[in-house]
Ligand binder design. Sequence first.
Ligand SMILES: Cc1cc2nc3c(=O)[nH]c(=O)nc-3n(C[C@H](O)[C@H](O)[C@H](O)COP(=O)(O)O)c2cc1C
Length: 396
Amino acid sequence: MADLRVNFLGIEFKNPVLAASAEPTSSVENLKKVIESGVGGLVLKTITDSEAMRSLSSQTRWRFLDEEHRVCRGEIPRLFTLYGRTGLQEKGPREWMREIKELQPLARDEDCVMIGSIASTGIDGWVKLAQICEEAGLRIIELNFGCPHPSQMEGMKTGMLVGQDKDLAAEVVGAVTESVAVPVMVKLTPQVADVAEMARVVVEAGAAGVTLTNRFVGFLVDVDTGKPLLYGTAGVGGPWVKPLTLRWIYQVYRDLGIPISGSNGVYDARDVLEFMMTGATVVQMCSAVMAHGYKWFTKTIRDLEEMLDRRGYHSVREIIGIAARNALSYEEMSRIPKEKAVIIKDLCVDCGRCVESCFYGAMRYEDGEITIKEGNCKGCGICVCVCPKGAITLVQ
Ligand SMILES: Cc1cc2nc3c(=O)[nH]c(=O)nc-3n(C[C@H](O)[C@H](O)[C@H](O)COP(=O)(O)O)c2cc1C
């Protein structure tokens, strides 16, 4: 069996699958289930000193949506959207951390690394919250610079608004890292032009690593009523976000080579592999578990082990960043051998589907059959995807 252990920020994790900061890590009852599911670690629901961010949780609303953004009833498709709003941990930080201390023996017995998550509206608040987490024995502190909701709340400079302000982000990271001994990582918002640049800013300010990323802000419409779904803007995400997140993990891994925790778009073990091959050392999960329950963690870890075995890896550590290191620049891509489409005559039924989707004038319908005008074919591959009979292939 492949060895699943990883070292992240100097701490040993029994496996790289972590519960993300969210509702599954928001109560002792839930946390026990998360720990017992076998995860290598968990990030507690973000604590805050902001009354407004706490009370937003009393208006929590969530909808799983299908590929057409219709509300799911029973069936949740693989590429679902999770759309909705919630606030931060409703309990006061000190009261909540007393409960967390009582959970420490279980976390230790199960070898599950508990990570704190914090969000404040002032520098002193960030520092105090970090110290409260450290006193409670939390091994890493994640700064939540990605919560999407403050952007829609009057005067609420926390979450993604900090993640969009380089100076403030650096100031918060500097103040927190000076006041605690445990490693500090920053969960960034994807809602900036350059996530890699923000990663550089927070690491130069003292962060030991980054979590890439929190969720986007979205807006959806109910066309029958002409009103927005769930009354206004909401957080949006789901497994379809994966390529957007992986792009930033790739770029941060390639340009900065810093420890990365992946989040936003992980559905199953295959996604865990993709996130790690792109450069993440640990991978956080939230929406998929909210769809399928805590057992989804256990299944993901088991499947991950099997997938590594099947591919001949002895340790999950071998895969970290391999895809990122294999990625070519556009300039290098220009030197790879060209491909051309070829029709497999026996399979082709001359339906013309490829002609409709060829925008280079290569696929033609002439004298009752499909032909390829060689010089026009760029080997783009669209015809291969649309052919209903598998009658087109690409050759070099
Ligand atoms: C219901 C819900 C609550 C969340 N609460 C928090 C939070 O308190 N702090 C935080 O940093 N991220 C929070 N998030 C974001 C998740 O931690 C995670 O980054 C995001 O859902 C993307 O991962 P996923 O694709 O696995 O869902 C929340 C997400 C959801 C869906």
